[in-house]
Ligand binder design. Structure first.
Ligand code: SAM
Length: 159
C-alpha cells in the first residue's frame, strides 16, 4: 500500500470513527478530549459534529491551521501526562476521547499509549467512548464502524 493510500485509510477511519463515536455518546453527558491537536483537522471535525460539548485539547505545541484554533481556555499546552493530570484536577469528565498522539515509531507509540491509558481512564464517564490511533489498555474494546479494518483504528468503552 502506498503512503498516499495509507493516508487515505487513516483519514477515512478518523471521519467514520469520530462520526460513529459522536452518535454513540448521544445519551451520555460529558465533555470531549482531543489528544493531539496537530493541524486541527480532527478537532475541527469534532467541534462541527458536537457543537454543544466542550472540547478540551492537549498538545505540546500550538500550530493548527488558523481556522482550527481552539479557544485559549480549552487548550492545554504541554506534555500529555501532566496535562491529563491537570484536567483530572479540574474535575473534567469526558464522554468521548480521541487519542491521536504519536511519534510514528510503533514501539514508542504503543508504550506511550499504555502509559497514558490510566490517566485517560480517570477522566472518562462510565460507558464513555475512546477512539484511538494507538492501542490503549484498561478499556473494554468495542467494534467500531464496519468501514474500518479492526487494526486500523481502535475503539474502546470506559468501564
Ligand atoms: C498526529 S498529530 C495530531 C493530528 C491532529 N489530530 C489532526 O487531525 O490534525 C499528533 C500531535 O500530538 C502531539 N503530541 C504527541 N505526543 C504528545 C505528548 N506526549 N504530549 C503532548 N503532545 C503530544 C504532537 O505535537 C502533534 O501535534
Amino acid at each position: 500500500m502506498s503512503r498516499l493510500e495509507s493516508m487515505q485509510r487513516r483519514i477515512t477511519a478518523q471521519i467514520d470513527g469520530l462520526n460513529w463515536a459522536a452518535a454513540r455518546i448521544a445519551d451520555l453527558s460529558g465533555e470531549v478530549l482531543e489528544l493531539g491537536l496537530g493541524n486541527g483537522r480532527t478537532y475541527d471535525h469534532l467541534r462541527e459534529n458536537l457543537p454543544d460539548r466542550r472540547i478540551w485539547v492537549i498538545d505540546r505545541v500550538l500550530q493548527p491551521h488558523p481556522s482550527c484554533m481552539p479557544p485559549a481556555e480549552d487548550f492545554l499546552q504541554g506534555e500529555a501526562d501532566e496535562m491529563l493530570r491537570a484536567l483530572a484536577h479540574r474535575g473534567v469528565r469526558a464522554a468521548l476521547a480521541h487519542y491521536d498522539f504519536g511519534y510514528g515509531i510503533k514501539e514508542k507509540d504503543v508504550a506511550e499509549g499504555a502509559r497514558l491509558s490510566p490517566l485517560i481512564a480517570a477522566l472518562m464517564v462510565p460507558g464513555g467512548i475512546v477512539v484511538s490511533q494507538q492501542p490503549l489498555t484498561g478499556f473494554r474494546p468495542v467494534r467500531g464502524p464496519d468501514t474500518i479494518a479492526p487494526d486500523r483504528y481502535h475503539f474502546y468503552q470506559a468501564l
